[in-house]
Design a protein around this ligand. Structure first.
Ligand SMILES: Cc1cc2nc3c(=O)[nH]c(=O)nc-3n(C[C@H](O)[C@H](O)[C@H](O)COP(=O)(O)OP(=O)(O)OC[C@H]3O[C@@H](n4cnc5c(N)ncnc54)[C@H](O)[C@@H]3O)c2cc1C
Ligand code: SF4
Length: 401
């Protein structure tokens, strides 16, 4: 069987890498590096050092190769949002955590409580690089204060999965692709591996988009930025960069909608799981939306949607509520789906897009258990349009090298 490196190379050639970093756990001679386009990609930086079974594990673990939807026994299943044992609107009870968090600060609150209560001894997640805050780095946090310091979404590449362990006393909060890789790596039923937390993810933008946005707003080059956050400190909060001479900032619609979102990598456009199906717990923005489903981004007190994906996730959420760490109120799955138009339309027409990409000669990830074909076939005309569009885009990209 091919080495992990040879298999990684094929994923990179297909542009199917999500930059999760899980392959660096399979061959520790690989490290994650920013490529010229501003995305994190694995590169050989040491001798071949594969863990046992790594070559066979790769196809199952790498989200550029495959992702399998979880169908835990006893869970309800929504065709667009995946399996769940419970679904709520939620927020951190501590006003500082709620304010700092991306939406309701629930992931930060749960992380802090897991650590304080001794249920977890460390959490791997993402934070601004203290030495160079324009960059985002994976961190291991061990206290509530450190959880607070890493609150908020960072719309930039970071490979948290590279810090994962298989210790059930550890937790990991990361993007859905990272969490699916770690779930597959542990080959776990819900309670065996680390506690897995995730969030809805529209995709990872290029690091270059952050640099460009700071400059467009009149800010300095990367080296002079002393602090940078993408949102949070309000809901949705503002993209803000600080430097010696002051601060520049812009609202969420402009930062995500205009500057960062359009630069998401190719793999994210073909993602079956932007909703964190492999996690124990998944969170999202609980936007209010109009009848067409367009969310309102008016500043207000943060509210997350919170989903228990496994029985372990359910137990943690209810215990955190009991401990007075988070507040919950019921949320209808259809209402959450309606407020997430990007997630739902991406999943609805994904089978069609995958066919279009394959016809265009592109290798694509294999998705099992998501019932994607059924979703696309439900709206055949729109599916054919999506297929044709992707086919054309893939051919055009191939023609331009
Ligand atoms: C790239 C990206 C795309 C997103 N797309 C959507 C979307 O389409 N719909 C939606 O509802 N929500 C989306 N979110 C999630 C949303 O912004 C919130 O994270 C979610 O509502 C949970 O909020 P919270 O206040 O509970 O999280 P917080 O309490 O703020 O905790 C967030 C946690 O996520 C970690 N984190 C932040 N950025 C990253 C990253 N890039 N990689 C790994 N870990 C990270 C933080 O370190 C922290 O542990 C996205 C987030 C990101 C980073
Ligand atoms: S998707 Fe993740 S596991 Fe696959 S090659 Fe990229 S970084 Fe490695």
């Amino acid at each position: 069987m091919d080495t992990v490196r040879a298999q990684v190379e094929r994923v990179l050639r297909a542009d199917a890498c999500s930059g999760c970093g899980a392959c660096t756990l399979l061959d520790s001679g690989l490290s994650m590096r920013l490529d010229d386009a501003g995305y994190l990609r694995p590169a050989p930086t040491g001798d071949l050092d594969e863990r046992e079974g790594a070559r066979a594990d790769f196809a199952r673990v790498c989200p550029g190769r495959s992702v399998r939807a979880q169908h835990p026994h006893g869970a309800a299943r929504h065709p667009l949002l995946g399996s769940y044992f419970g679904l709520w609107e939620a927020w951190a009870v501590d006003p500082l955590v709620r304010h700092r968090g991306s939406s309701g600060g629930v992931l930060t609150a749960i992380q802090g409580w897991l650590l304080e209560s001794g249920r977890a001894t460390q959490v791997a997640t993402a934070a601004a690089d203290t030495a160079r805050p324009v960059r985002t780095v994976p961190v291991r946090i061990v206290s509530k204060a450190e959880a607070l310091a890493s609150a908020g979404s960072r719309y930039a590449p970071v490979a948290v999965a590279a810090l994962a362990t298989s210790d059930p006393r550890h937790a990991l909060t990361a993007k859905p692709c990272e969490v699916s890789a770690i779930r597959a790596l542990n080959d776990a039923t819900s309670d065996d591996g680390p506690i897995l937390m995730s969030f809805f993810c529209a995709g990872t933008p290029s690091q270059q988009a952050t640099t460009t946005l700071v400059r467009e707003l009149g800010g300095p080059g990367d080296d002079e930025v002393t602090d940078l956050w993408y949102r949070g400190r309000g809901w949705p909060g503002r993209f803000t960069a600080s430097f010696a001479g002051g601060q520049v900032s812009t609202d969420y619609d402009d930062s995500w909608g205009r500057a960062l979102g359009p630069t998401t990598q190719w793999r994210c456009k073909l993602c079956a799981d932007g909703v964190g199906e492999s996690a124990d717990i998944s969170a999202a923005d609980s936007w209010e939306s109009d009848e067409r489903g367009y969310p309102s981004f008016e500043e207000q007190e943060g509210r997350s949607a919170l989903i228990a994906r496994t029985e372990r996730g359910l137990e943690i959420i209810l215990a955190a509520k009991e401990a007075g760490v988070i507040d919950l109120r019921p949320l209808e799955a259809d209402r959450l789906a309606q407020a997430q138009p990007l997630q739902t339309s991406r999943r609805r027409f994904l089978a069609a897009r995958l066919w279009g990409a394959r016809l265009g000669g592109r290798r694509v990830p294999r998705y099992r258990g998501f019932a994607l074909t059924r979703l696309s076939m439900a709206k055949p005309r729109l599916a054919i349009r999506a297929l044709r569009g992707t086919y054309r885009r893939v051919r055009a990209r191939s023609a331009h090298g």
